[in-house]
Design a protein around this ligand. Sequence first.
Ligand SMILES: [Mn+2]
Length: 352
Amino acid sequence: MNKGEKMKIAIIADSHFGCRKNSQYFMKQQKKYYEECFFPYLKSKGIKIIFHLGDFFDNRKTVNFETLRHAKDCFINPIIKNGMILHMLIGNHDSFYKSNGDITSTKLLFDDIDNIYIYDYIEELNIHGVNFLMVPWIFPIQQEKINNILRTTTSDVVCGHFEMNGVVFQGNTISRKGMDTDTFSHIPHVFSGHYHKKSQYYVGSPYEMCWSDFNDEKRIVIFDTETQDTEDVYIADPIHHKIIYPDVSDQSWMPDIKDKIIRVIVEKKENPADFDKYIEKLESFEPHSIDIKEEYLYVDVINDDDLDDETDTLGVLLASIDNMDELSDGDQTVIKEIMKQLYEKAGNNDKI
Ligand SMILES: [Mn+2]
């Protein structure tokens, strides 16, 4: 290991342990990611310092014990075992209350562990001579004060869990509330968790967790404290795949769909028996699931662009409520709560 390698920090965001209602399938995918991609990569590069930018858990109110053990197996224990250091921010999903950060899951669970530092309030940190400003999720009451700190900070790097306005955060959807991106324009390096799609300031989630992640490039970022260079590292395997039927490809890719989530977009179905045979062939390669969208039935209402923007049902509902300018933030929150409760009541038919 040369000296330069020791000076690197791996930055990861939005791990969302327990995502999709503690889905076993996604636990398996995450375990594979940390065991086969993330930690082997860090070890191969001699990287000992990890920044986690928040949203460690998916559920801000409760932690399922299986998910807790999973998160420890995947992330916390390898850090301890390999003598690594973790600096972790509180994200909105890590805070029990929406109005303040008095109770936060990761602080409660992991803050007493040596070499694990949880940030539930803005704090400065110096590593190898580089100044980092660590900014956990900002609660409404803190916003003005923290805006002022950010506008005047001389830190080299700001790490946060920010909600920024005007950012493409999902498909082609642009966020319509949050902080002005101008707040950050004078800062040499800004790394944020929160939105799961990578963009100028957002690291993005490390792996796919739902259809809205389809086709996103999932990364971690390596920051070199010596040169202040950043490097994007793409180590996650895609999980969601779309297949267009009729399929004119050579089909040699088919064995690769094992354990993947498959969506077949049917543009035209001239012979139902051929179609059934095709689906059977797909099934023989043991994907996790296959859903079928018979696009030709909706040819007048749905176009390709709409399909690309598709996400899970609740996600679509909540995102569209967020984008309703005619509603106040308070009204948006109330309506979103009603939608969530309705959605829960209706029962999620998704078996994932
Ligand atoms: Mn998140």
